[in-house]
Ligand binder design. Sequence first.
Ligand SMILES: [Fe+2]
Ligand SMILES: [Fe+2]
Length: 288
Amino acid sequence: MSRPREPLVLAWATDLHLDMARSRHVRHFMASVRDSGADAVLVGGDTATAVDVAERLCELADATGLATYFVLGNHDFYRGSVASVRARASALGRPGVQWLPASGPRELAPGVVLVGHDGWGDARIGNFAGSDVVLTDYLLIEELSRCFRPEAFQGSFGERSALQDALLQLGADAATTLAPHLAAAAAPGRHVIVLTHVPPFREACWHEGRISDDHWLPGFTCGAMGELLAATARGHPDCRFTVLCGHTHGSGAACIAPNLIVHTQGATYGNPRWLRLEVTLDEVRIAG
Ligand SMILES: [Fe+2]
Ligand SMILES: [Fe+2]
């Protein structure tokens, strides 16, 4: 994409949960993105469910006429499997609708490079063993429901389990897939935008105005991605990194390092919305 003007303007949406919104709200949302003057749309996951996420993303791209870059959230796998939804996302066959883990880095304007991965609440941060939080993920996503027996759950997860192994692996997979894309994107003077669903750091795990506690952090943060991002930012002090995430439905910003900032966008079920981002080599301005 050539730079049409300064700065680059992106419409960033996350946690749209279009399956839970009334059609008139969905139509209003899509029309407002179409009329936004944005150069492209970023969709940060939890768009719908396994049944209709691909159709919903194509509908959005059709309605707006804009290039649409997306990652998937945990809800996008509900009533399906991680493997099958990701296979469909990578084989969409729509040039204007790109799942970032498959498409790899995209230079949206000179020096501004977009990468992304779904991430996963990977049980690395907080206290998974002592947590009493049973996410719907463990019941409605095939790979996880295979490892979790709700009838045997006794108020906390306790000793290392098959479920914890599966969550750790999903986080490791996210970091492993993103690592080469980040390495290719990072360079002196560049601004790398990282789109993901799950906050990669405790400090970015905003919920209702505060940071989530140790019960919720295991499902609300992707520690493996955080380790990768922090190491990459340390190794490239002359490159700027801006992470865009959602998942917690709470909003906030966290400055992790002088060149690494994370924005978490809030959300409300039934009320899909987007934020206008003005992106230069030096910063992302969130214009609301
Ligand atoms: Fe969500
Ligand atoms: Fe989510």
